[in-house]
Design a protein around this ligand. Structure first.
Ligand SMILES: NC(=O)C1=CN([C@@H]2O[C@H](COP(=O)(O)OP(=O)(O)OC[C@H]3O[C@@H](n4cnc5c(N)ncnc54)[C@H](O)[C@@H]3O)[C@@H](O)[C@H]2O)C=CC1
Ligand SMILES: CC(C)CC(=O)C(=O)O
Ligand SMILES: [Mg+2]
Length: 365
């Protein structure tokens, strides 16, 4: 198949991990006979430096017409002055809103080879398979902001329509999994959460085959650590989802491991690791590329419909996590390039084995 993929490497480790993910996609294209055309565009701090804008019009136009967008990360100390007139993160928020990607899927699994890195005891880490569905284009990140000398406000606003569409997506996804949705809110205090909860309750009636439970976000933060294997699909609003998924990444062993897919109503999507620009390690060639590489797998699955190829990447990553090489954040000494090369080699192996199996089954020469 032919596809146009826009890459937005961004800032800090963003370019390092995006380059690894692009290398993986190029290997998949060569091996499985697809034609992926890549177009790199600016976003974030690097875009501010070049154009004064965190999301230049040319970048947005390219993203709007792409089959999928692969993003690294934005932000960093250079652009973090609280009084700065414009910030890199505004570019990412504007992109998510403009593309209408309201459902941010953040899968969490814990690889047994990394269980010792988790702050939890090993027995708590068995059978963890959670899909977070984070609302991505509403809530406090997008509400009106005010600021005077001694008071500031961030409006948290949700409409019923915004809640309905992401909650329906969560229930649909649960039907392909263990049919259990946990909706996380703060309905004992926040009006937006009471609207969230009553909307979830109403939508749940359309899915009688899916079990629903509600959980307040503060106790959910605790339960994620004490009973993480209880959860299947967790749906929540933007800010809560942002925080809970970084917490969840600690169970897996590193923030550098988790991918994400941001989807709207069409096929096109935005794919990015859940981590930020990691300024503390940027430029050293040591960032873990696994979150970005697994985001590329999600891109193949959700935007291009290439399930076999997505599984090939995921199996390759599984093999590398099992046998190494490992980057520094997960206890190894390998650089980003070494991990990338190991994943590329494992993809080739996976494809060779699949071809041998196919030939064996057909008794071809
Ligand atoms: N989607 C995005 O573009 C996001 C951007 N940010 C921005 O990133 C900047 C830094 O934010 P932080 O709170 O420090 O979060 P961060 O996610 O960049 O880093 C937190 C910690 O995780 C480590 N880490 C992150 N990714 C890693 C990787 N791939 N391999 C190994 N270690 C990794 C970092 O070294 C750091 O110790 C800020 O400007 C923030 O606004 C933060 C989160 C998301
Ligand atoms: C706008 C981003 C910096 C928010 C964030 O941390 C995220 O989406 O994970
Ligand atoms: Mg975050």
């Amino acid at each position: 198949m032919k596809a146009r993929i826009v890459t937005l490497p961004g800032d800090g480790v963003g370019p390092e991990v995006t380059a690894a993910a692009v290398a993986v996609l190029k290997t998949v294209a060569a091996r499985y006979e697809h034609v992926f055309a890549f177009e790199e565009q600016l976003i974030g701090g690097i875009a501010i430096d070049a154009t004064g804008e965190p999301l230049p019009a040319a970048s947005l136009a390219a993203c709007r017409s792409a089959d999928a967008v692969l993003l690294g990360a934005v932000g960093g100390p250079k652009w973090s002055d609280p009084n700065a007139p414009v910030r890199p993160e505004q570019g990412l928020l504007a992109l998510r809103a403009a593309l209408g990607v309201y459902a941010n899927l953040r899968p969490l699994q814990v690889h047994p080879a990394l269980a010792n890195l988790s702050p939890l005891k090993n027995e708590k880490l068995k059978n963890i398979d959670v899909l977070f569905v984070r609302e991505l284009t509403g809530g406090a990140y997008f509400g009106a902001k005010t600021r005077s000398a001694d008071v500031a406000t961030d409006e948290c606003r949700y409409t019923v329509a915004e809640i309905e569409r992401v909650v329906r997506r969560a229930f649909e996804l649960a039907r392909g999994r263990r049919r259990h949705v946990t909706s996380v809110d703060k309905a004992n205090v926040l009006e937006t959460s009471r609207l969230w909860r009553s909307t979830v309750q109403r939508i749940a009636a359309e899915y009688p085959d899916v079990k629903l439970e509600h959980q307040l976000v503060d106790s959910m933060a605790m339960l994620l650590l004490t009973q993480p294997n209880r959860y299947d699909v967790v749906v929540t609003e933007n800010l809560f989802g942002d925080i809970l998924t970084d917490e969840a990444a600690a169970l897996a062993g590193s923030l550098g491991l988790l991918p994400s897919a941001s989807l709207g109503d069409g096929k096109a999507g935005l794919y990015e690791p859940i981590h930020g620009s990691a300024p503390d390690i940027a430029g050293q060639g040591v960032a873990n590329p696994v979150g970005a590489i697994l985001s590329a797998a999600l891109l193949l699955r959700h935007s291009l419909g290439l399930e076999t190829e997505a599984v090939a990447i995921e199996s390759a990553v599984e093999q590398v996590l099992r046998h190494g090489p490992h980057s520094r954040d997960i206890g190894g000494h390998a650089g980003t390039g070494e991990v990338r090369d190991a994943v590329l080699a494992a993809i080739e192996d996976h494809a060779d084995n699949a071809a041998a199996f196919f030939c064996g089954a057909r008794a071809c020469g």
